[in-house]
Design a protein around this ligand. Structure first.
Ligand SMILES: [Mg+2]
Length: 283
């Protein structure tokens, strides 16, 4: 989860002004946490304290929705659909296909190590807003990736699983993707497999973040999604952790620290009975 937040902070300055290189300053003065962090923390808060995800996501969202970004940033924290969901007195899922459902989900596989239970929890959270098959597929692909990393799977096997179960083209490299990657690729379908490739191809936590930012596109969310996977694969260097903390308010740090201090909510069930979750989700 901290890996997701760090990716969000580092990528924040490159969403409006994309770069196509891995050579950039990791933390700059203008870096800040964005909606990816707020939604991630909201889900962690709900899971840790066994509160309603619906209510908790709305509470955190409302609290941070009016934060003003400095010039050069995209003007709002939240996308139109999610902002409207926050504003509504009777919010309904709005069939979004965008990656906002994936950038917030990392606390689920972090706290719930049984794949079936993690799938169910992640799908029900996604259905609160992004009730579209592409979004459900992307969220489950992401949860599967983190779960496989937690269990020591190698990138080659993870890529095969994502192609087989989720229909993603995982044969591409970061260098293949970068030249034609478009600034406005915000859909799950065009950003989740790419972020996963950035993390699986990486040689370190920092390398994964650099891969993600170097694609261009929705930089904070790409780096956020790559970040939580890279955290699981490599851990996070202390220096990067400490630098990231300086960008975060206490109420976010408190939830984060609590999450790392607690035991996982549901342990892994290693029996092959978890195969049920391996039914093919999408061709
Ligand atoms: Mg963002």
């Amino acid at each position: 989860m901290l890996g997701a937040i760090i990716g969000d902070i580092i990528g924040s300055v490159y969403e409006a002004q994309n770069i196509k290189t891995k050579n950039f300053e990791l933390f700059s003065e203008n870096c800040r946490f964005t909606d990816d962090t707020v939604c991630t923390v909201a889900i962690a808060d709900a899971l840790i304290h066994q509160k309603s995800v619906f209510e908790t996501l709305r509470a955190w969202g409302k609290k941070y929705k009016d934060i003003q970004n400095p010039p050069g940033f995209f003007p709002t924290f939240f996308s139109g659909g999610f902002a409207a969901w926050l504003e509504s007195d009777n919010p309904k899922a709005y069939e979004a296909k965008t990656n906002g459902c994936v950038m917030r989900i990392s606390p689920v596989p972090f706290l719930i190590r049984d794949l079936n239970t993690a799938f169910k929890t992640a799908a029900s959270i996604t259905n609160l807003t992004h009730n579209h098959p592409d979004s459900i597929n992307a969220v489950l692909a992401y949860v599967r990736t983190v779960h496989m990393c937690q269990n020591g799977a190698q990138p080659f096997d993870i890529k095969n699983a994502l192609s087989y179960y989720h229909g993603y083209n995982m044969k591409r490299t970061v260098d293949d993707i970068r030249p034609q990657y478009n600034k406005f690729y915000g859909s799950c379908h065009k950003s989740v497999p790419e972020a996963i490739i950035c993390a699986l191809e990486a040689t370190s936590f920092e390398d994964a973040i650099r891969n993600a930012v170097s694609l261009g596109g929705d930089s904070d969310t790409l780096a956020c999604m790559a970040g939580a996977i890279a955290e699981t694969r490599f851990g996070i260097p202390t220096e990067i952790k400490n630098q990231a903390r300086t960008y975060l308010p206490n109420e976010i740090l408190n939830i984060m620290d609590k999450m790392y201090d607690m035991p996982v909510l549901i342990k892994s069930n290693n029996r092959r009975s978890s195969n049920k979750s391996d039914e093919k989700i999408k061709e």
